[in-house]
Every structure is written in structure tokens, then in C-alpha cells.
Design a protein around this ligand. Sequence first.
Ligand SMILES: *[C@@H]1O[C@H](CO)[C@@H](O)[C@H](O)[C@H]1NC(C)=O
Ligand SMILES: *[C@@H]1O[C@H](CO)[C@@H](O)[C@H](O)[C@H]1NC(C)=O
Ligand SMILES: *[C@@H]1O[C@H](CO)[C@@H](O)[C@H](O)[C@H]1NC(C)=O
Length: 500
Amino acid sequence: MDLMVAFAFHCACLALALADCPPPAVQNAAFTPVQSSYTDGANVTFTCNTGYGLQGSRIHYCRGSSWEGSLTCYEQFCETMNNPRNGIIVGNPSYKIGTYITFQCNTGYTLKGNSQLLCRVDLKFDRNPPTCDVNMCPDFGAIDHARIFQATDGGIENDYGSVVKVTCEDSYVLDGHVSVFCQGDGTWGPKPTCKPLDCGRFDGMNSSCVKDFVLLGTLYYMECKSDVPNTRIGAPDSTSSPNECEERSRKWMYSQFGCFCHCKVMYNKNIVKTENLDPNDYLPHNTDLKWSCKEGCTKKQNNALRCMDGQMELPSSQFGCFCHCKVMYNKNIVKTENLDPNDYLPHNTDLKWSCKEGCTKNQTNALRCMDGQMELPSCTCDANVHTGEPYTTDITTKSSPTGQTGEPYTTYRPTNPCPGFCIIATIIGAVVLAVVALIVIYMYKKKKWCFVQNMEAPLPMIEPPHEKGGNPFNGNTSKPNDDNNMKHIEEMDKLLSDNK
Ligand SMILES: *[C@@H]1O[C@H](CO)[C@@H](O)[C@H](O)[C@H]1NC(C)=O
Ligand SMILES: *[C@@H]1O[C@H](CO)[C@@H](O)[C@H](O)[C@H]1NC(C)=O
Ligand SMILES: *[C@@H]1O[C@H](CO)[C@@H](O)[C@H](O)[C@H]1NC(C)=O
């Protein structure tokens, strides 16, 4: 059996040795000429496939039945490339001939050129690699009431990643972020706005004794009046200490900041006593008046009387004292029941009175004392009734109105002791006196004594009426008859209310 195999093999070898070469086989290569078999001495020429490089001999010879020569066709690549600046080469390219490499730019960069390069047979790429150019944002532009500046160190402005900072002008505050970035897509991030600073009003901004003020940005400067007593409240007593609107809290540093006027207090000094007024009758702001009424008079109301920025909580006409009435009457014919020994009737009390027999009341209505004033009782008598003598003198001697409450009760300020008509009367009186004097002198020179003596009597008749407003109790008049004074008071009240 062994012999058989050995023989067969030998025969085969012999047959092969005698036969031609088969077509050669080299990987990744082609050869010419292509035949089914090659005779001894024939040659083939190899070419490596595309993308393969040749190492060894291109020509192989057929020697007997086998090929002489060695050849390797090795795979070839284009040179690898680095990632572009601000971009990448996509994936893991083979760099084989005939393949592409693909470029991509990072966010914020735009590819310029071709994104794909072909690795050519000559192991070169068909084009130059692309570049990644940075994206640019448009010009930032302006924001109302804002200051804008580039915050990127060096480099170009408005490119991707650039930072612009925004701050607001004085008295405006930023709504949004200070920094704005140029985004990858070439647009700016959300822009802030500058809104007016608004801390609102503070207490005292409109106080009455502010002479001047100015709002400089977040600072409020204020000057107080110097000609009217007032109190500066808030910052220390200096015009250079402003109030400040604090941006973070949006609140004023001093919630109360102002020049608050003191109050000029008008009152009847005859019946009202005060304790805490300055010599000019001013009461400081936010202070309660300390006051009392003279004996025989009571406070109209007991509430605290506070001065608030130049205004008393109650107008002067609504506070003060109610006083008793001094009742003047003809005691010969009028009888009273409820007067005190000095003939005073308490405030808000009706007089109890009657007339002497044979006389009838002139007034049928109730006679009530209201704040020192009342209608006086009087009677009309039959002719046979003795009414006392002298009627008017009796009244006059008792009618000093200045006795208790001063005159008149409604006067809040001392008035001119000689009003207009009094001055005129005085002048007329003086002229008349001068004329009389001249006549007297003339008569004297003519020695006509009898005439001089006759003229002595009328002299007192032309004395000017020095008493203010005349006698308030003349005849049956029960109220002080001082129209001029009333007019003055009305003007005062008007002025007061105008000032408020
Ligand atoms: C290869 O063979 C051809 C003919 O088949 C011949 O002409 C040529 O000279 C040979 N080349 C070499 C290098 O032997
Ligand atoms: C001052 O302003 C406040 C509001 O801020 C107001 O309530 C007050 O009445 C004002 N005072 C005057 C005198 O205008
Ligand atoms: C009282 O009335 C009479 C007439 O009715 C009048 O003449 C008299 O003047 C009056 N008296 C007083 C004091 O008013």
C-alpha cells in the first residue's frame, strides 16, 4: 500500500515537472499576460491593485512548472490629517485611497471650503482642507439709558463668545443680566434693559417747608426754608446730605425726609394760656400744644392739638375756650336768678330772669350765654314805673368788656388800637381843634371875652372816640359792635386758610 502511494506521488511530480506553470497568484495584484498556463521561461508582469504599493519584483518567470520571483502588494494610505482649528475630522477615517475624510466645525464656527476631501491614488487629497471661521454677531447696538462696553480681553469684537457688559445711567436700574454673550449661532443673548429707578415717594417729599430740591440720579438733595421756622427730618442737618434710593432694595435710605413747617398758633391771649410756644407763637412740627384756659373759661375740646407740617390738627377757630358772660342789665327793672355775685353767667346756660311789676320782657326767646356772648335782658315798663336813673349811665359804668376775657373774644391777635376811622376822626378832631384855637386867639385879641366863655362848653363834644370800636354796650346793643375788627378777623381766617 505504501509503495502504491509513493509511486503515484512520484508519477504526479514527474508529470508536474514536465508540465507548464499555472497562472501565478499574488494578492492585491493583477498580471499580464493572462493565460491558462505558461511555458518554461515565460514571464508575467505584475501590477498592484489600486491603493496598493509594490514591493519586490514586478516580473516573475516561469521556471519549469513554478514561478520565480517574489512580490508583495501592500495597502497604501493618504497622510493622516490633524483636526482643523475649531473643528474636527468626523469619525475615524481610513485614509485609504479613494476614501473621503469629512470635516466639521465646532459650534460658533462656520466651515469655509469643502467639507470632504478625497484621498487620491497619488496619496494626495484632491483639495486643500477647509477652515473653520468664527461666527460673528451683528453690531450690539444701543440700549436706552445704558452704557455698553466690550468685556472680552483682546481679540476681535462681536465674535462668537464675545462678552458685552451693560450698565445703566444714573437713576436707571438694570433689568436682566449685566453680561451678554455672542452665541454660536451669531446672535446675541437676551439683552437687558435699563428701567427708571423708582423708589417711589418718601414721607416728607412734599413737606411744606422745602425751599428747593433736586434729584440727581439716585440722590435727592433738599434745602429747607430759612425764613419760616421748620424742622429738617431725615439726613443730618445739612443741605449736602441727600436721601438715597438704594438700588438693591429699591427703597429710600430715609423713609422720612423733609422740611416740616412749624405752626403759627393764633389764639386769644386774654383767655388762652400756652406753655410750649416759641416767642413768635410757633409750635414745632409733630408737637402737641400745651395749653389751658383762664379761670372762668373751659376748653372747647380736650383732644390733643398737634402741629403737623405747619397745620394745626384743628383750625384756630375750632379750639380755644368758652367763657362765661358778664351780664349787663338795668337792675332797677330786671331781676335775675342764676348770676354769680359778679354778674357772670356760665357758658351754655340760659339766663333765668323776670321783669319788675308793670314791666314786660322785651325778649321772649331764651337768653343763652355762648362763649362770653349773649343777648342782654331788657324790659319795657309802663310810664308810671320807676326804671332807675340814669338808665344808660348805670349800664355804662358796669360795662367794661375787657374785665375777664379781653375784647373782643374772637380776636386771635392783638389789633391796631386805633383803626382807620379812628385815625380819620382824630385828624378831623385836630383840625377842628386848631380852627377853634385860631378863633379863640382871634377873639382874645379882639378882647371879646363873653364869646370865649360861651365856647368852652362844646369842646369835649369834639373829642375823638379813642375807645376801640366805641362802647359795645351803647343803648341796647348786646354784642361788641366792631365791624372793622370782624372784617380783620375774616381776612385773617382767609389768609390762614389760604396758607393751608
Ligand atoms: C518576456 O517575454 C516576452 C515574450 O513573451 C519577451 O519578449 C520579453 O523579452 C521577456 N522579458 C524578459 C525580461 O525576459
Ligand atoms: C404728601 O404726599 C403724600 C403721599 O406721598 C400724601 O398722602 C399727602 O397728602 C401729601 N401731602 C401734601 C401736603 O400734599
Ligand atoms: C324794648 O322794646 C321797646 C319797644 O318794644 C323799645 O323801645 C326799647 O328800646 C327796648 N329796650 C331794649 C333795651 O331793647
